[in-house]
Design a protein around this ligand. Structure first.
Ligand code: UDP
Ligand code: MG
Length: 334
């Protein structure tokens, strides 16, 4: 099950490093990428596994992956997106240190040793790559800048580059994550919030040569919704009642004031209540106040139930897991 180029006999050895690589329509990049990764990892002199997650590629990526030696291929049954692919790889990683990177050759595996050194020297939990000189199109850069601004307002970002997949993590950090949607961009914010120590290091970024970027403009919208979700979760997942409690109290106070005002109008100006707009507003706000409070309690309970049961829910399905260093009967699922 464990892949290690240096393995002499058939004894299974626990890998020290897990390299996790999501793949979606990257047929032209995989062979070269695999060579580059192995070249760097071999030099580190410790057992390692390489996990490719084929995220429902529609091109020839799966066949290209099967040609590679000593790798683990997890084949998802459809395309779920980069965050889910990463999640799947993280969950099956067995190493003490987990390394994640893109499969489009834009990240440079040669940066891995420097990232690892920083992780160790400064005793961090994560070291993230920082693509200071990005080789992407102008439109994407503007989108990135806007996203960055929103993130700064809503959640506290700890590094310059939240989108660089090239990172090294301690095992505990990745195992604490549960990613979906466009959440890969908020991994560091989540980890920071959970108290993990994060560092960053400038890394090389190369232009894409084969295949196309999957980061379209529609993803920005989904990314924004995920950002709001994370903001909410970070701020109030412990006590959602607090958010709704504020709203409830606020409505109650304004409702009481407008109610008193309409009574004043009734007594001193002779304006009957059923002709006074303030009176209706106060009734509306009174009801809203009750509703907000009830929502708060319901959501509070739902979150408690969710936290207790969510790990039983399967968000994605794995078709097969293939170890290419194994012979014929290698289609096992675990
Ligand atoms: N990717 C994936 N599933 C997707 C989209 C992308 O696994 O639905 C992978 C893709 O193969 C690549 C990485 O995620 O390895 C980053 O994608 P891309 O290069 O398109 O994004 P960009 O670098 O342009 O932000
Ligand atoms: Mg890319």
């Amino acid at each position: 099950m464990i892949i290690n180029l240096k393995m002499k006999d058939n004894k299974e050895e626990k890998p020290y490093f897990s390299v996790v690589v999501p793949v979606y329509n990257e047929e032209g990049n995989l062979k070269e990428l695999d060579n580059e990764i192995k070249e760097v990892m071999d030099e580190l002199g410790k057992a390692y596994e390489i996990i490719y997650i084929n995220d429902g590629s529609r091109d020839n990526s799966l066949n290209e992956l099967k040609k590679l030696k000593d790798v683990k291929i997890i084949e998802l049954n459809r395309n779920y997106g980069q965050a889910t692919a990463l999640d799947c790889g993280f969950k099956s990683a067995k190493g003490e240190i987990v390394i994640s990177m893109d499969s489009d050759l834009q990240n440079d595996p040669k940066d891995i040793p420097r990232l690892l050194k920083k992780l160790k020297d400064e005793n961090l939990d994560v070291v993230a790559g920082w693509r200071r000189k990005r080789k992407d199109k102008a439109g994407i850069k503007i989108l990135t800048k806007t996203g960055k601004f929103l993130r700064r307002v809503l959640i506290k970002d700890v590094v310059h580059d939240t989108g660089c997949t090239l990172r090294v993590y301690k095992r505990e950090a990745v195992k604490s994550l549960d990613l979906q949607g466009e959440m890969h961009r908020y991994i560091l914010a989540l980890l920071n919030w959970k108290g993990f120590k994060i560092g960053e290091l400038e890394t090389n970024h190369r232009p894409r040569v084969h295949g196309e970027t999957k980061y379209g403009y529609s993803k920005a919208v989904r990314g924004f919704i995920d950002l709001l979700y994370i903001w909410f979760i970070q701020k109030y997942s412990q006590r959602p009642l607090h958010v709704f409690g504020y709203l409830s109290v606020f409505s109650f106070i304004i409702g009481t004031l407008t109610g008193l005002w309409s009574l004043y109008d009734r007594i001193f100006n002779g304006l009957s209540l059923n002709r006074n707009g303030w009176f209706f507003l106060s009734i509306f706000l009174g009801l809203a106040s009750i509703l907000f409070f009830s929502f708060g309690i319901i959501i509070d309970l739902l979150i408690k139930i969710h936290l207790n049961t969510s790990h039983y829910e399967q968000r994605y399905h794995i078709r097969t897991i293939i170890d290419t260093n194994r012979s014929r009967s290698d289609l096992d699922e675990d």
